[in-house]
Design a protein around this ligand. Sequence first.
Ligand code: FES
Length: 73
Amino acid sequence: MENNINSKVLDKLTKICLCKVISKATIKKAIKNGAKTLEDVQKVTGAGSGGCRGHRCTPMIEDIIKQELEKEN
Ligand code: FES
C-alpha cells in the first residue's frame, strides 16, 4: 500500500515530456482511458508537441504504453 502511494507520487513528479511539462501520471491516465498508441497519447495529452518535437519524450512514452498495456493483459 505504502509503495503504491509512493509510486503514484513519483509518477506525478516525474516529467516525461519536459517541453510541455507532462507527467508520467498524465501519460498513464491517458492509457487507462483508452489511448493505445503513441499517436493517441500525444493527441490526448499534448506530449510530443513541444520545442523538441517529441525527440526526448517519444521513446519514454512508447515504453510506458508497452508497460501499461502489458499490465492490462
Ligand atoms: S520533451 Fe516532449 S516535446 Fe520535447
